[in-house]
Design a protein around this ligand. Structure first.
Ligand code: ATP
Length: 235
């Protein structure tokens, strides 16, 4: 049986205290993870190598009742995230968004991490290129860089140029081409990383399950087993 959400906590401050000589960048990666797949894991692992991230905190999000619901429950999404990273010390899981009863706005989550780690510590939020394209629709998106850096993973089918009005100049103003400055400032940079292109989406995985098509190369075997055991994504 999966543990209760309450029993799974990540202590951001543990990570933070690991190295005081050169600041370790605290990196967060949020998503619905319905289900988590290699398109989430592999690019972020490559990003961690590029940037020198010691730890990435996965944040499964709370989807409020008035929004289209994930097919898996919050508990199932959390369990899949935990299974996917169980043997991978790069990742930990934080449940603060899942525990919220109100919309889990990224900006609010980032503020809570910022409060925990202090004003001077580098904080980064990881997104895929598709999320960068729609960033201007996020609640209080203009404030994101006042709190964190944005680390952007490549995703097939998405351009690096931003098409929404004004967004390309905003990107150019903040983007850096090397990860080095990220540890020298607490927030404010956008680093578009060149990470492996994996043409995988949770939507496609759910559709494949519905149609009985194999997902073997798309997600870890432990997640596939969990999906089968729980009878997920059949309808
Ligand atoms: P769905 O198909 O249900 O929209 P998804 O596969 O895009 O889901 P999410 O949980 O919505 O997964 O994504 C969480 C984060 O992971 C987002 O920032 C998204 O841009 C990024 N991401 C998801 N899939 C990929 C991928 N294949 N390559 C790079 N980034 C990805």
């Amino acid at each position: 049986m999966p543990d209760s959400i309450d029993s799974i906590k990540t202590d951001a401050q543990n990570i933070n205290s690991a190295n005081t000589a050169s600041p370790v960048i605290q990196a967060l990666f949020g998503g619905t993870f319905d289900p988590i797949h290699y398109g989430h894991l592999r690019p972020v692992e490559a990003l961690a190598q590029l940037v020198g991230l010691k730890q990435v905190i996965l944040l499964p999000n709370h989807v409020p009742p008035h929004r289209p619901q994930p097919e898996a429950t919050a508990q199932q999404r959390l369990e899949m995230v935990r299974l996917a990273v169980r043997d991978n010390p790069l990742f930990t899981v934080d449940t603060r968004e899942l525990e919220r009863q109100s919309p889990s706005y990224t900006i609010e989550t980032l503020k809570s991490f910022r409060q925990e780690i202090g004003e001077q510590h580098p904080l980064a939020f990881i997104i895929g290129q598709d999320s960068l394209q729609t960033l201007h629709t996020w609640y209080k998106w203009e404030e994101l860089l006042d709190i964190c850096h944005l680390l952007v993973c490549s995703r097939p089918g998405y351009q690096s140029q931003l098409s929404a009005p004004g967004m390309q100049s905003w990107l150019e103003k903040h983007q850096i081409s090397s990860p080095l400055p990220l540890s020298q400032k607490p927030h404010g940079y956008i680093y578009p990383a060149t990470t492996p292109l994996l043409n995988i989406s949770a939507t496609d995985i759910r559709q494949r399950h519905q149609q009985g098509i194999s997902c073997d190369d798309l997600l870890p075997p432990s997640i596939q087993n969990y999906i089968d055991a729980q009878g997920l994504y059949k309808k």
